[in-house]
Design a protein around this ligand. Structure first.
Ligand code: SF4
Length: 277
């Protein structure tokens, strides 16, 4: 085996390892590149059309191998983070629980984990995001760590309100999870948001309180997507996919498809012909 073959062998095995680890750990969740049969509460803060694309017959731009590897890496990071917490003594009572809208089965969410704090008997949902580079800097508040309330050997305690201010989509997501979990009489005293930094393994933590009013508002957006889907219509754009200013579109996996469709609602029946036009 020459040097190049050896290097390629290692890289190939690494990708396979990601695939295998992903399959073993997250079988029940399904892969991000599979078509979805539900509208995810995880997207509550996103553009309504973006939320609808995965359940619509519009073919989304398929994920590249690199993108899939990144997604899978994220799932493995979640599992690794939970394992460390459990080994360290955090009382994890559930991993990967699916919550459903009580009236609209098509709306679902997957809570990463639930933990309890035995002395108080309270239970919290846990959401884990792994990040590096710009998202990491943004979360910590730049190089000076302006969003950090307290430095800790394991990472950082974030100032209250950081997630809501700098990662509003994540904040909306966990509010909806808490709403759905409470509706099922599940866990919902609050949420522990964990940002796992890929570069050094440290975590940033923020406790997020349940905000019933805002959760209901965010949920109404998802319900609206479900209503459109029931009418076989793709919702209108909330941003301009052709504009460089709308960062939501810059990071949207469906931008290419969206850009060739009219900005208003589009009947599912017209999607194929509109895309080809
Ligand atoms: S490209 Fe922009 S407008 Fe279109 S679905 Fe994505 S976020 Fe929404």
């Amino acid at each position: 085996m020459d040097k190049y073959e050896l290097e390629t062998h290692v890289l190939n095995r690494y990708v396979l390892g990601l695939e295998m680890g992903y399959k073993m750990l997250w079988q029940d969740i399904g892969s991000p590149d599979q078509g979805r049969e539900y509208i995810g509460l995880s997207g509550a803060g996103r553009c309504r059309r973006q939320q609808a694309f995965p359940v619509s017959p519009a073919e989304a731009t398929p994920l590249t191998v690199a993108q899939r590897a990144i997604f899978k890496d994220g799932f493995l990071f979640e599992a690794d983070t939970l394992t460390r917490l459990e080994v360290g003594g955090v009382w994890i009572i559930n991993v990967g629980r699916t919550v459903r809208h009580p009236d609209l089965e098509i709306i679902q969410g997957h809570i990463d984990a639930e933990i309890t704090h035995p002395p108080t008997g309270k239970a919290y949902i846990v959401e884990i995001k792994s990040m590096r580079g710009y998202p990491q800097q943004k979360t910590l508040g730049g190089k000076k760590h302006n969003h950090v309330a307290r430095e800790h050997v394991g990472g950082w305690v974030l100032k209250a309100g950081t997630t809501r201010a700098v990662q509003p989509e994540y904040w909306a997501q966990v509010q909806c999870y808490m709403w759905a979990s409470r509706a099922e009489e599940g866990v919902g005293d609050g949420c522990i948001m964990i940002y796992r930094m890929k570069e050094d393994g440290r975590i940033a933590v923020e406790y997020i309180e349940y905000d019933a009013e805002r959760a209901r508002e965010m949920l109404a957006r998802v319900e609206c997507v479900a209503g459109s889907h029931a009418e076989a219509m793709l919702p209108s754009c909330e941003y301009d996919p052709n504009s460089e200013k709308d960062w939501q579109c810059l990071y949207c996996a469906y931008r290419e498809t969206c850009a060739v469709l009219p900005a208003g609602r589009v009947p599912y029946a017209d999607l194929a012909s509109r895309k080809e036009a």
